[in-house]
Design a protein around this ligand. Structure first.
Ligand code: WT7
Length: 634
């Protein structure tokens, strides 16, 4: 791991203003953190008591490593906490969701209005026979209905599985099949960058290959006319007008450990992993992290610019903010379309106080220059956030200066689909170091291990691990306990969660995440498995074999380069290259299209036949290829 030691820590420190300190929920992070670790269960117990329980739990933690259950014996429903309880308070008529469409359309929902829509749709789902424990696949763009559908599932104890609307046929098919969903909710289309993405068409193709789906509910968004199969397809708006869609539906009193959702994420090999989260622990984690890290107050307008189809959207557009009774802004479409100041205009228009985005988006904004944000009054902003990949110090400073005007602390939150909520992050009162994601969140026992499982001294890079379970952690990989154990709990034993990232800590205890250890490529903050990309490449009739690697990219964090071996007798050509790229787009989604393709005659492999992507990457980057003793190149 010697390559880790060359990174330098930023020495500059950015301290919070008096205003930020005065408003913050956390005064003394160090003291509270110590308490949260020394009295870990007590800390989580006190936190869980801030939510409403139908029945109080018997036990805080029931740990059978690597499987942890939290708040066992307790009855809770996340929707009761995110919606139902607010309608009996002053929040009844407060805005829960403000939505901006790419076409300039705007819609708003008060807590009461959202509550009614969720009740109605929950009744629709029930009328189709959806019961507690059933899986419902949701393939929708960033529109309010995605929140309504997710909450309606959770309300009746059904398990939602959201598939990001940027994914294509095969990705959707795999996820439907793995979850065995009988119901799919989609829309006619999605707007992105002025174009319409044909979601319904993609869904039809996917269902052909995944015939488990019996019912398709179609939300009208683009209204451009799609083909409907009358035996299977129903329009959402028509269903919502029927008497069955009455405006009261009882919230299911789910167990704390009952599944809430599955969200698929890429792994090193094979199929994407169905990360399973549950009602109780996930509610506790997303509630407290949103509150403490973003300092959300009732007067705030909060905007997380992610897509609801990713974990960031699940936890920090929908569940976390609503659990806190906040006003959450949802924005459809591409960030810089039709003009590079679209986002800054939106911040000004809605008086956004807390703004959460990704390093990729900030790099994109930087490319257009500061004149664009400077045209707008961004003085409502108080706290900024970043997520998805390490934020380069220069990008951090640009964000701090040109968006936050040097008075908004940046919460660089490190976490994962698997973690459900923030694991390592600053809190607003913590002095910040650009490029560092701060320190472990309350209750999170994070460390950095060397190859032998010893804690690394400061400035030494190693494996990022979590040494205690936490409430919002995934419970398993859907239907695959073995893979759960092997992926996350085999390297250092059953008590140590291996996050899959490398990191180091500086002398002051600040963490710096360096990247993934496995064959996962982060493109624009999205996690793509090399296996998935390669599988999509070889669906092309001309391809025999392929290997994908990530290369550092100024804007996207990483770009994808694919090495492709063609079938015998096939001529290499530029048009073939383009055809292979487009084919990946069709199968997996545009984000997975390789930026570069190189035709090669063979791929380096281990004796057991595993492709050595590490070697290809080293060659590409012009660095040492490391230990090649197991290589076999045919
Ligand atoms: C991986 C998880 C968590 C929401 C979005 C991504 C990388 C995430 C940071 C950060 C450095 C980060 C890690 C992590 N990552 N946030 N603030 N600094 N790296 O969720 O798709 O499950 O990806 O994203 O590599 O393991 P995800």
């Amino acid at each position: 791991m010697d390559t880790f030691d060359t990174l330098t820590s930023e020495k500059e420190l950015f301290s919070p203003s008096k205003e930020i300190i005065k408003n913050s929920y956390i005064e003394d992070y160090d003291k509270l953190y110590q308490y949260s670790i020394n009295e870990n269960e007590k800390f989580w117990d006190e936190t869980a008591r801030q939510l409403d329980w139908f029945k109080h739990y018997d036990k805080v933690l029931d740990y059978n490593p690597p499987f942890a259950k939290w708040f066992t014996g307790g009855k809770i429903n996340i929707v009761h906490n995110a919606l139902d309880r607010h309608i009996h308070t002053f929040r009844k008529n407060k805005l829960a969701i403000i939505w901006e469409g790419e076409d300039g359309k705007e819609r708003t929902y008060t807590y009461f209005a959202l509550y009614r829509q969720v009740n109605k749709f929950a009744n629709v789902l029930k009328s189709f026979g959806v019961k507690k424990g059933d899986r419902v696949t949701i393939y929708l763009p960033n529109i309010p209905e995605i929140a309504i559908c997710m909450l309606a599932c959770a309300k009746i104890g059904a398990i939602h599985s959201v598939v990001y609307a940027g994914f294509s046929v095969d990705a959707l098919k795999d996820r439907i099949l793995d979850a065995k969903s009988k119901i799919l909710i989609t829309s006619d289309g999605a707007y992105r960058g002025g174009k319409i993405i044909e979601l319904k068409k993609i869904a039809d193709e996917a269902i052909k290959k995944a015939p488990v789906v019996q019912t398709v509910i179609v939300v009208k968004r683009t209204e451009h006319g799609v083909s409907m199969d009358s035996s299977r397809d129903f329009y959402y708006d028509e269903l919502m007008k029927l008497p069955i869609a009455s405006s009261y539906c009882k919230t299911e009193e789910t167990d704390a450990e009952d599944p809430l959702f599955i969200l698929y994420t890429s792994g090193t090999t094979g199929q994407p992993k169905g990360i399973l989260h549950v009602h109780g622990g996930y509610a506790v984690g997303t509630y407290i992290s949103s509150k403490y890290v973003f300092d959300i107050k009732d007067s705030d307008t909060y905007w997380c610019a992610a897509d609801p189809g990713w974990i960031t959207g699940h936890s920090y557009i929908i569940y976390g903010p609503l659990l806190n009774g906040a006003t959450s802004l949802m924005v459809e479409g591409a960030p810089f379309y039709p003009y590079p100041d679209r986002w800054w205009k939106i911040i000004e228009k809605h008086g956004v106080n807390i703004f959460y985005t990704s390093p990729t988006a900030v790099r994109g904004a930087m490319r257009y220059g500061e004149a664009w944000p400077n045209r707008h009054n961004l003085s409502s902003l108080r706290i900024l956030g970043s997520v998805g990949e390490p934020i380069n110090p220069e990008v951090w400073k640009w964000y701090y200066k040109h968006i936050g005007k040097e008075h908004c602390p940046i919460m660089d939150t490190w976490w994962q689909t698997e973690s459900g909520a923030f694991l390592i992050t600053p809190v607003p009162t913590m002095p910040l170091k650009p490029g560092s994601c701060g320190k472990p969140f309350l209750g999170i026992d994070a460390d950095i291990f060397d190859e032998n499982g010893n804690s690394c001294e400061s400035e030494k890079g190693g494996y990022l691990v979590i040494k205690k379970p936490w409430p919002s952690m995934m419970r398993t990989i859907y239907n695959d306990d073995k893979r759960y154990e092997e992926t996350y709990f085999s390297k250092f034993g059953k008590n140590i969660y291996l996050a899959g990232d490398t990191a180091k800590r500086d002398i002051d205890g600040y963490f710096y995440v360096m990247g993934r250890i496995d064959d996962v490529i982060k493109v624009s903050g999205y996690r793509l498995g090399t296996a998935e990309i390669e599988s999509a490449i070889i669906t092309h009739a001309a391809v025999a074999e392929s290997a994908a690697i990530g290369k550092p990219h100024e804007l996207k964090g990483n770009s994808i380069k694919a090495f492709v071996v063609l079938k015998p007798g096939i001529e290499k050509s530029d048009s073939l290259m383009e055809d292979i790229r487009n084919n990946v787009g069709t199968h997996l989604g545009p984000i997975a299209k390789p930026d570069e393709i190189e035709f090669v005659d063979s791929l380096p492999k281990t004796r057991s036949g595993k492709i050595m992507r590490r070697v290809l990457k080293a060659r590409e980057m012009g660095i040492s290829e490391g230990d090649l003793s197991t290589i076999e190149e045919d």
